[in-house]
Structures are given as C-alpha cells and as structure tokens.
Design a binder for this molecule. Structure first.
Ligand code: ADP
Ligand code: ZN
Length: 526
C-alpha cells in the first residue's frame, strides 16, 4: 500500500537508508537535515567530500513538493541527477544542454508535482520566466550549491549568483540552504549578506583532514622529484598530479609513461571523448595516475585516491585545499605533495597582472597567492597553518613534513639585509636571477652593461649558496618585504615592510638546506 510505504520512509533516517542505502548520517548532516526539513534557512560549510548533497536531498524528499537546486557546474548536475534517478528519485536538470522539447518536459513535470529534485543553472533561475514558474510550482526548498560563487572576493565569482538574492524577497517562506566547501571568514560574511541569509543557522564543519599528510618541497628537478615520491610511496596507487599548463600536463604524462607509470593526461584542450575515456580509466581501474590541470576533479568521487601531487604552485589556498581534498576520501592515509619554486610565484603573479580582472579583484588574487606562498614557506606545522587560514585553531599534527622533520632554522637576517639593499641599489626593478648574480659577484654581460659591478652590493654575498639566496628572496616575498612589480616580468621592488628588516628590527630565519643538488637545470625549474 502506498500510504504504508510513505509512513515507512518519512523520517530522515529511513530516507537515508531506503533511498540512499547509508546506515548513518555523517557529522553535522543530521542536524542540517532536521533544521532544513523543519523550514529553517541554513549556511553549510563543509569540506569537499564531506557529504553536502544529502543535506538538501534528504529534506527535499521529506517535504512535500520539489527541491530546487542551483548549481553552476553542468557536469556535476548531470552526474547528480543520473545518480538520483538510479536510486529511484524523480530528479531532472535544466541547463543549456537540453533542447527545447526536453526542457519543456522537465518544466511540465516540475509544475505538475512530478519531480522531487530539480537542478537549475543560476542564469536560468533568475529569469522572469522561471521566477513566474516558481510561483506556480510546489517548491519545498532552495539549495544554493557552491555558494562562494556569490563572493566577489572569492576565486570563482559568478555574477549570476548575485541575482539569487531575489529568492529571499520573492519566496520568504521557502527554506534556503546555501552550501560551500571554500569560505574563509570574509567570504562567509559576504555569502550571508549577498544571499540575505542573516537569519540562517550556520553549520561549520572542520576543514581538518587528519588522514592527509602534507609535504611541500622546493622545486629542483620537479619531474624527478615527483618520480622519486611516486616510487618511494605510491607504487601501484591511484593519484592525481596537477600541473599549471596543458603543455606541462602532456609532457609530464608522456614522461611518466616512459617510466612505466600508467599516466593519462586530462585538460580542457583535449576533446571530450578523450577526456571522458581517461576519466573512466581513472575511475574504474587501479593504479592510474591522472596528470591534469584544475579542469579535472570537480565532482570526481573516487574514494581510494592515495595522493594528490602538485607540480606547480596553486593560485590560492582555497584551490589547493579543494584539489588535495580529492585524496583519501576513504579515510585511509593519503599524501598531499607539492613542489614549488620562485618561478611559479612570478608566473602566477604575471598571470594575475595580465588577467582581465578589475584592480580590486587583482589585489585579492595577489593576496591569495601570497597566502599560498606563506603556507609553502611556513616552518611550523602545515596542517596548523592551513587550518588557521580557514579560521580554525589546531595543535601541531605530528604528521606533516614540518612536524616529522622539523626544519633546522638558520638566522639569515644579514643575508636578508644584503638581498634587500641589492634590490634597492640596482633600482628596484630586477628579477632574482640578476640580483643573485650581483650579490655573488658574477660578471655577466648584463651586469657589465648596467655597471652593476660598481654598486656597493656587488660580490658581498659570494659565500652564500645560490639556492639560499633564492630562499631568502622567496621568504622576503612571502613576508611582504618585497613585491613583484606589476607586469614587471619578475622584477622586484621594496615595500614599506622592508624597513624593519633593513634596520635589523625583524630577524629572518630560513630552513637549512638539506639536499644538495646540481643547479644545471635551475633556469627551467626555479
Ligand atoms: P560534497 O558535495 O560535500 O563534496 P558529496 O555530497 O558529493 O560531498 O558526498 C561525498 C561522498 O560521500 C559521496 O560518495 C556520498 O555518497 C558519500 N556520503 C555522503 N554522506 C554519507 C553518509 N552519511 N554515509 C555514507 N556515505 C556518505
Ligand atoms: Zn604538522
């Protein structure tokens, strides 16, 4: 009897079990489901993989009517709808991939109450046509996924998201739940303000991923370093290697294959069928290494990814966190490994400078990059540093590179003064390579032409190793004493913060270099 069936599944737990096949809610899911099911608004901050979807799917199934889910990612919508249909839930999506007839059918089902979940792209939701539809449809909740897209300070700003404030005005009695995995304090405040969620209850899950081990190394020969890491720790494991450019993805994948590692490239420049094929191989087979740009990973749910490696510096801690979040979802130990160098910082800074964002936005992007560099240069626990960025206090983890091998610190304050005065003496515009040549007293053609062998800092740092000079400059960038000149191709200039160091009021410590290596390839790697 259908009525009996209804009473059986009409609690959050029975829906969880009978529809989704899970035994228990995770973490805050139960509280969130209960709150939204009773008509409350909610802001949910939960790391990637934490289980955000159930937080609105279960209430949508509990309440009479249909849940409307706003999502900016077409691929994710399709995956979710497919998965829900397999579970027997009447779900559908509306986005640009549907032809007119299919879209009309979805709308008919929606308005006549034959859907339990409808996924909509934000630009479509805010049209007058759709808002009129909503007034005549049995909507039981609005879920706003990837809610950080409303933040102009965030890394994925989508102007269409600003229009979603209309939901608060037009449908004040329908509960709204906004969800995101990436929101520092400022972004959180902005989500609340822009989506008018002042009255919403906030559910904030810790960003801690205790099973991840963080390791951040200085780039020397990054591909070789990666290979050593893979051979030492991940023989036969599945993992993802992120690179900044498509070309680097291709080169790295091809090279790993010559080293007998089953690696496949993935980036937006590959045609859709190749991408789909590589993704399938990664999902279905074991021991596959996906070498990818950040185009890969949204909505990828493979529990046994044993490592995420970054061959290049991510643009922000949010991006980094999201990418490493794909490792170890099964809760077993997994590695987050990153190699970075000063050239990464220069490249990313130039990308920001030359990008199409407003000046305000560029300042934000720059700050986020600085924070990422700060994490790389951190000498304290990585997990602590990372969580602090998300506003969480934590004890040293005992499981990251810095905890396991506390770096020996050496006082480089004198070297820092030299490094800064060299920037000043040469006119606040040269890149690190040239500055180091001057400090080490190298008479290159450029040094000769510019008469930099006559400045007072020429040759004063000959005894300090070149790699240490690079580390000094990185630290000075990370602590804000130096900045890259906008559009200056790696040129550095002093900031006000340099004064304290020059006056000897602020010491500078560097980790002692433990590895010795050849510098032959430095130009291509640093
Ligand atoms: P998010 O959107 O936060 O990244 P998802 O909603 O995609 O996370 O969930 C991540 C994975 O965890 C999915 O495979 C989902 O089925 C699973 N999951 C979520 N909640 C539970 C639960 N209570 N019990 C078991 N598995 C769960
Ligand atoms: Zn630690």
């Amino acid at each position: 009897c259908p009525c009996l069936a209804r009473t059986v599944i009409d609690t959050p737990h029975s829906i969880l079990q009978h529809v989704f096949g899970y035994h228990a809610f995770r973490g805050e899911q139960e509280a969130i489901v209960g709150h939204v099911a009773q008509g409350g608004d909610a802001l949910v901050l939960m790391p990637t993989g934490g289980g955000k979807s159930l937080c609105y799917q279960v209430p949508a199934l509990l309440r009479p009517g249909c849940g409307v889910v706003v999502s900016p990612l077409i691929a994710l919508m399709q995956d979710q709808v497919e998965a829900l249909r397999e579970l027997g839930v009447e779900a559908a999506f509306l986005n640009s991939t549907l032809d007119a007839e299919a879209a009309r059918q979805v709308i008919r089902d929606f308005v006549t109450g034959n859907l339990k979940l409808l996924y909509v792209a934000p630009e479509r939701l805010v049209t007058q046509y759709f808002l009129d539809l909503l007034r005549n449809a049995p909507v039981n909740l609005f879920a706003i996924d990837e809610a950080h897209c409303v933040s102009q300070w965030g890394h994925d700003f989508r102007p269409e998201y600003l229009g979603l404030s209309v939901l608060a005005d037009e449908f004040p009695v329908i509960p709204r739940i906004a969800l995101t995995a990436t929101a520092d304090h400022a972004t959180r405040l902005e989500i609340v303000e822009k989506l008018r969620l002042q009255g919403a209850r906030q559910f904030i899950t810790s960003f801690d991923r205790p099973n991840l081990r963080y390791t951040i190394v200085e780039k020397q020969k990054s591909k070789e370093q990666l290979l050593t890491f893979l051979r030492r720790e991940h023989e036969g494991d599945s993992g993802i290697v992120y690179c900044l450019s498509r070309k680097r993805v291709e080169d790295t994948a091809a090279w790993l294959r010559t080293q007998e590692i089953r690696a496949f490239p993935y980036h937006a420049g590959l045609d859709a069928s190749t991408r789909a094929k590589h993704q399938q191989i990664f999902l279905r087979e074991e021991g596959v290494v996906m070498v990818a740009t950040i185009a890969f990973g949204m909505g990828i749910d493979k529990p046994d990814v044993r490592f995420v490696a970054h061959l290049d510096l991510p643009k922000s801690i949010e991006g980094y966190y999201q990418e490493i979040g794909r490792a170890g979802r099964d809760g077993l130990p997994a590695n987050a490994w990153l190699a970075y160098g000063l050239n990464d910082v220069i490249l990313l800074s130039d990308m920001i400078a030359q990008g199409g964002s407003s000046d305000e936005q560029k300042t934000v992007e720059k700050r986020k990059l600085d924070a990422m560099l700060g994490l790389c240069e951190a000498t304290a626990c990585r997990r602590q540093t990372l969580l602090a960025y998300f506003g969480e206090a934590a004890q040293p983890c005992g499981n990251c590179d810095n905890c396991l091998n506390p770096p020996k610190l050496i006082d480089m304050s004198e070297a820092a003064k030299m490094a800064l005065s060299c920037v000043f003496r040469t006119g606040n515009r040269f890149g690190v390579g040239h500055l180091i040549d001057v400090l080490r007293g190298k008479k290159t053609e450029k040094v000769g032409e510019l008469f930099h062998d006559r400045v007072s800092t020429f040759g004063i740092g000959a005894k300090v190793h070149e790699a240490d000079w690079r580390a000094v400059y990185r630290q000075l960038l990370a602590c804000g004493a130096l900045q890259l000149k906008p559009g200056g191709m790696g040129g550095l200039e002093l900031t006000d913060a340099a004064r304290a160091i020059l006056r000897g009021e602020q010491p500078l410590y560097l980790r002692e270099r433990t590895q010795k290596f050849s510098y032959k390839d430095r130009d291509s790697e640093f």
